[in-house]
Design a binder for this molecule. Structure first.
Ligand code: 9L3
Ligand code: MG
Length: 143
């Protein structure tokens, strides 16, 4: 925008795009989902989530993404683990969460599969590289 100044309406390219990931915890397990796309990531496992939208809080993004991807309502808890740099300057940040209805079963709306994973099974899954960075802190949380 010609003549644009800080504070003008428009995209501020200096703001880091946060991608939230969600560790939904229930009965000593955490929910993982298997990506269907893009092809480079298909078959790999991740914590559900996606890009925070402009003006949206990170917690609200967690709730929205879990609703969209899993068809369940969650309550976002504290963030855990490191900020993980992604391609294109984006940063991945993990939030803990619980199901609002403990008996609700998440479903794979746009993914290949979902699965509850105990810490003893963490090493069995081919995780996305970025999500691997969260496993040590999750182990401590469950340990
Ligand atoms: N990403 C990595 N690990 C995750 C999530 C939720 C996302 N647990 C990466 C994959 C994409 C980017 O972040 O490159 C945006 O995520 P999405 O909108 O494809 O879910
Ligand atoms: Mg996503």
């Amino acid at each position: 925008m010609a003549g644009g100044r800080a504070g003008d309406v428009g995209q501020d390219l200096s703001v880091t795009q946060i991608v939230v990931a969600t560790a939904i915890m229930r009965n000593g397990q955490v929910l993982a989902q298997q990506r269907a796309y893009p092809s480079a990531d298909a078959g790999r496992w991740e914590f559900p989530g996606g890009r925070v939208e402009p003006g949206e809080s990170e917690e609200a993004a967690v709730v929205r993404e879990c609703r969209e991807e899993l068809g369940v309502e969650v309550e976002a808890g504290p963030s855990v683990g490191p900020d993980v740099p992604l391609r294109n300057g984006m940063v991945l940040r993990l939030y803990t969460a619980t199901l609002v209805d403990d008996n609700a079963e998440p479903v794979a709306v746009e993914h290949s599969a979902v699965r509850w994973v105990g810490i003893e099974e963490f090493d069995d899954l081919p995780w996305l590289e970025a999500d691997l960075a969260f496993l040590p802190d999750l182990r401590k949380l469950f340990g």
